[in-house]
Design a binder for this molecule. Structure first.
Ligand SMILES: C[S@@+](CC[C@H](N)C(=O)[O-])C[C@H]1O[C@@H](n2cnc3c(N)ncnc32)[C@H](O)[C@@H]1O
Length: 361
């Protein structure tokens, strides 16, 4: 594509984003509309590799710089940075945004050309907890290996407080003592909520591109990729990062297929190994998913193993999901166990991808 058609495409992407993001992110919707109208702004993404020319990458880059400079006037519009933010319809938003961009032009170009968006959703711990409770009830102390762990925040799930609120008005259940990370979800069906937090005897993460949350810049990038309108997600992530800094989870840098067997061998002496993963296996090629499954079958044939997955079956072909959900694009919670060489797959729930709700089967 030549520069002109690239630019036209970028303009189209921002115009589309200004519409699709409006219900969940009014600030980004308003900024997108302004960027659509200003070629000097949408052209900024021409420095990004073609696969990364996404409005969210430009917004994450600017958010990251603003998090490092939270007293800047532009922060007055960011709901995560001000208790009473200015409204996105305010006429001064675009001139202030433009001034910020001009002052940070080189840094923005550098970020969009070298970074890709990266997430670590702490709300997914709400999904992992009930199956983990089922497993600990059966086997006692467990160890966890989180594949595609990002910054490893879900490895700390026994350090959070949980509130499960039935959507039929029944009494809510809390799990865990008070914590700076307090997560809430709306439930439907008989979710087996554990009476207490599980005892985690060991934990390890694997990621091809791990985030070191003890590194201020890396942690800031993780925070910057959360949309500023999504206050709760931002606060939960920030608090979880603080907890992770006190006792950082161990993370192996590498491909999950290549590392899974070694990781399980490392944690197994400490307790029954449980693999967890959420919105990761969709990034793998079909052949890599086959290879991952081959590894698990091989290990599970020789020794007991549990695997909790929160993935979209339609995007993770080749895994042993029940055929009635094979085409499902929503987040499904699945528990696979190997006991004395016998594999059992259970479809537990359909969930919101960030853990806002779960419908137990
Ligand atoms: C969408 S993020 C999800 C992170 C985390 N599981 C969560 O739910 O918050 C996907 C993660 O998978 C990692 N990833 C992708 N392919 C991988 C692979 N082949 N091996 C290890 N990690 C991988 C990425 O680096 C990224 O951190």
């Amino acid at each position: 594509m030549d520069d002109l058609s690239d630019e036209f495409e970028l303009k189209r992407r921002f115009a589309e984003f200004s519409v699709t993001s409006l219900p969940r992110a009014p600030l980004y919707a308003s900024l997108s509309a302004g960027i659509t109208a200003d070629p000097s702004l949408h052209r900024l993404l021409l420095d990004a590799p073609p696969s990364q020319r996404l409005p969210v990458l430009l917004f994450a880059s600017i958010h990251s710089l603003l998090l490092a400079e939270p007293t800047h006037p532009l922060a007055d519009w960011y709901p995560n940075l001000r208790s009473v933010p200015r409204l996105p319809q305010d006429d001064e938003l675009m001139p202030t945004f433009l001034a910020f961009v001009r002052d940070h032009l080189n840094e923005i170009k550098q970020l969009v050309s070298t970074r890709s968006t990266q997430t670590n959703e702490v709300g997914r711990s709400l999904l992992f907890l009930p199956p983990l409770g089922m497993i600990t009830q059966e086997v006692g102390a467990v160890t966890m290996v989180d594949v595609g762990t990002s910054g490893g925040v879900n490895l700390l799930l026994d350090k959070f407080t949980y509130l499960y609120e039935p959507d039929n008005g029944s009494l809510a259940s809390t799990v865990g003592a008070s914590s700076t990370v307090s997560l809430t979800t709306s439930t439907r069906g008989a979710v087996p909520i554990p009476a207490r937090l599980p005892s985690i005897a060991g934990r390890l993460g694997i990621d091809v591109n791990p985030i070191d949350v003890t590194n201020a810049e890396q942690a800031r990038w993780l925070e910057a990729c959360v949309w500023p309108d999504q206050l709760e997600r931002f606060r939960h992530l920030r608090s979880a990062i603080e907890l992770a800094r006190i006792d950082p989870p161990r993370i192996v840098k590498g491909d999950l297929v290549a590392e899974i067997s070694k990781a399980l061998a490392r944690v197994r002496p400490l307790g029954h190994p449980v693999i967890i993963n959420s919105w990761v296996l969709n990034y793998l090629h079909d052949s890599d998913r086959d290879a991952f499954m081959y590894e698990l079958e091989h290990i599970g044939a020789a020794s007991n193993l549990s695997w909790i997955a929160a993935e979209a079956p339609a995007l993770t072909a080749g895994l042993p999901w029940p055929c009635e959900i094979a085409e499902n694009e929503r987040t499904q919670l699945l528990l696979t166990t190997w006991r004395d060489g016998i594999r059992t797959v259970r479809h537990l729930a359909e969930c919101h991808p960030h853990g806002f709700w779960m419908h137990w089967r």
